[in-house]
Design a binder for this molecule. Structure first.
Ligand code: 5RP
Length: 292
């Protein structure tokens, strides 16, 4: 008889990692400034966040739904916990009197016109993130990609710069076109990103084994949204991700490409912060949509 698979037992997803004295996994031994910035992005009451990702233009220009960020995204600001955007959009379009924390995209290089997207560089100085009063910076890491080593090195340089001034770094698992998106890949990518110093990780949800991805990553994971899905599917994905250990979401297209983005972000917020079940959250979405 083949031995039963013990993988689930080894990850012990039912035993939360301790973080004495702070609400966020893996963050309790960080310095005050770093913790304070994290506590602006992650809600200390729920331990979770709804980040609204609108950074897509950094490599694909005016993405559908982001043609006019002043008109489509600024009205959503009150409902997100943090905005993930580029410094160009921040300076040109985001009102400086907003109280919302900003996490800034800090990598870039190849555009959507290129076949190989992993050829990124650090695209902003940490000094500028501090000048902009950012609550964090985010960078793509291409584990298994053609420029894997460079992208890892970009991240570690950003982490070193962030540690000097108390700026958390969000490492983003970037999946090349040819790569398999499964739990084994994401365990590898998230763990490498955390081991090399990122304070939190953004990664995709997988149906099979996502709880092993969160359990084996010693820092918080936020779920990336990905391509636009029907609202119930997106809400179900967010629900499953937080139920399986994610500390929230960093979603873009599934919010701003929805027919009713304000209603959708409210429904995602109910799932993330209140553990509202997907079908109930869909009702929230529908009733807010109907009210216009
Ligand atoms: C890809 C990114 C994107 O730029 C963006 O944030 C993705 O958001 P979504 O997939 O939810 O539209 O970081 O990894």
């Amino acid at each position: 008889m083949p031995e039963a698979d013990k993988a689930g037992e080894r990850y012990q997803g039912d035993r939360p990692q301790a973080a004495p004295g702070f609400f966020l996994k893996g963050s309790h031994q960080l310095d005050w400034g770093m913790k304070n910035r994290l506590a602006r992005v992650f809600n200390p009451a729920s331990g979770r966040t709804v980040m609204l990702a609108v950074d897509h233009g950094y490599f694909q220009g005016p993405t559908s739904g982001l043609e006019r960020i002043d008109l489509s995204i600024v009205p959503l600001l009150p409902q997100c916990d943090a905005l993930f955007c580029t410094r160009g959009i921040l300076r040109s379009l985001i009102p400086a009197d907003t109280q919302k924390p900003m996490v800034l995209r800090a990598s870039g290089g190849p555009s959507i016109l290129r076949e190989e997207l992993s050829d990124e560089q650090i695209a902003m100085d940490m000094d500028d993130a501090v000048r902009l009063n950012a609550a964090g910076v985010g960078i793509q890491v291409f584990i298994g990609g053609e420029h894997e080593t460079r992208s890892v090195h970009n991240m570690t340089r950003l982490v070193d710069a962030g540690l000097r001034c108390g700026m958390p770094v969000m490492g983003v698992t970037a999946v090349g076109k040819a790569m398999t998106r499964d739990a084994q890949y994401f365990r590898l990518a998230c763990r490498i990103i955390a081991e090399l110093g990122a304070q939190y990780v953004k990664t995709y949800y997988v149906d099979d084994g996502f709880e092993t991805v969160t359990a084996s990553c010693p820092v918080p994971i936020v779920m990336a949204g990905g391509k636009k899905l029907p609202e119930l599917d997106a809400l179900t994905m967010a629900y499953n991700a937080v139920s399986q250990g994610a500390a929230g979401v960093d979603m873009g297209r599934n919010i701003f490409q929805s027919e009713a983005p304000k209603a959708m972000i409210a429904a995602v917020g109910a799932v993330v912060h209140n553990n509202t079940k997907p079908k109930e959250a869909l009702e929230i979405y529908k009733s807010l949509k109907a009210k216009g």
